[in-house]
Ligand binder design. Structure first.
Ligand SMILES: [Zn+2]
Ligand SMILES: [Zn+2]
Length: 206
C-alpha cells in the first residue's frame, strides 16, 4: 500500500491518493483542485482508481471532484450527514470561495464503520463529526486520514455552519486518540503527525 500526498488547489488541501501495490487499485481522497496534477500522478503510478472519497463537504476539499469524476468515471462517496451541504454551493461555502460554486450529487453515502477494500487493504470509515456533521476520518492500516478534524497541534474550526466544538473534541478523544500511539495522522491541511504527538502536545486535547 502506498499513499501519495498532493497539496491541491489554492487552499492547499492535502489530497491523498491511496493505492495497493499488489493490485494497483486505489482511491482519491479530497481532490480540492489541480485536477491535472492528480491525473498525472494516477497515470504515472498506473493506478486504477475505484472511488473518490470526501472527508467532508467543504468547498476547499471538493474543487476538482466534478472534473475528476468525469475523467475517471468512478463513484463519489461522502458521509450521509454532509449530503445536504455538498449539494448546495452556499452551504459548502464554495460559492464564496475562489474556485466558484461547486454542487455535487454523490453516488454513495457512507456511515460510521463502513469499510472499503483496495487489494488486500481494508479502509475503515470513522465518523468524526464536529467540524461538519458528516466529517469522517479514514483508517488505513497504521495510517489515519483525518480531514479537517485533527491537525498537527490543532483541530478543525467549529464556527462554520454545522460546527460543534464539544462534538469535535468528543470525536477526537473517543474515536481517534484510542488508536495506536504510532498511528501516522495525515491531515487535510499541513504536516503529518502521530496520535502520540497529539495526545502529548495538542493544546485542545489536554
Ligand atoms: Zn473543512
Ligand atoms: Zn479544509
Amino acid at each position: 500500500m502506498k499513499i501519495i500526498r498532493i497539496p491541491a488547489g489554492i487552499y492547499a488541501v492535502n489530497c491523498y491518493i491511496v493505492y495497493s501495490t499488489e493490485t494497483q487499485e486505489g482511491i482519491v481522497v479530497d481532490p480540492g483542485g489541480d485536477v491535472e496534477t492528480i491525473l498525472k500522478s494516477i497515470k504515472d503510478n498506473n493506478i486504477k482508481i475505484k472511488n473518490i472519497i470526501l472527508t467532508h463537504g467543504h468547498g476547499d476539499h471538493i474543487g476538482a471532484v466534478l472534473d475528476l469524476k468525469e475523467k475517471l468515471d468512478v463513484p463519489v462517496l461522502i458521509h450521509k450527514d454532509d449530503l445536504i451541504m455538498i449539494q448546495d454551493a452556499s452551504m459548502n461555502l464554495s460559492s464564496s470561495m475562489a474556485m466558484g460554486a461547486v454542487e455535487i450529487k454523490p453516488d454513495e453515502l457512507l456511515k460510521d464503520r463502513d469499510t472499503l477494500e483496495i487489494g488486500s487493504q481494508t479502509i475503515e470509515v470513522i465518523h468524526t463529526p464536529g467540524h461538519t456533521p458528516g466529517c469522517i476520518s479514514l483508517k488505513i492500516g497504521s495510517y489515519l486520514i483525518s480531514g479537517d478534524t485533527l491537525f498537527k497541534g490543532s483541530i478543525g474550526r467549529t464556527d462554520l455552519m454545522g460546527g460543534d466544538f464539544d462534538q469535535i473534541i468528543k470525536s477526537i478523544k473517543e474515536k481517534l486518540l484510542v488508536l495506536n500511539d504510532e498511528t501516522i495522522v495525515l491531515p487535510g491541511h499541513g504536516d503529518n503527525t502521530t496520535i502520540l504527538a497529539e495526545k502529548m502536545y495538542n493544546p485542545y486535547l489536554q
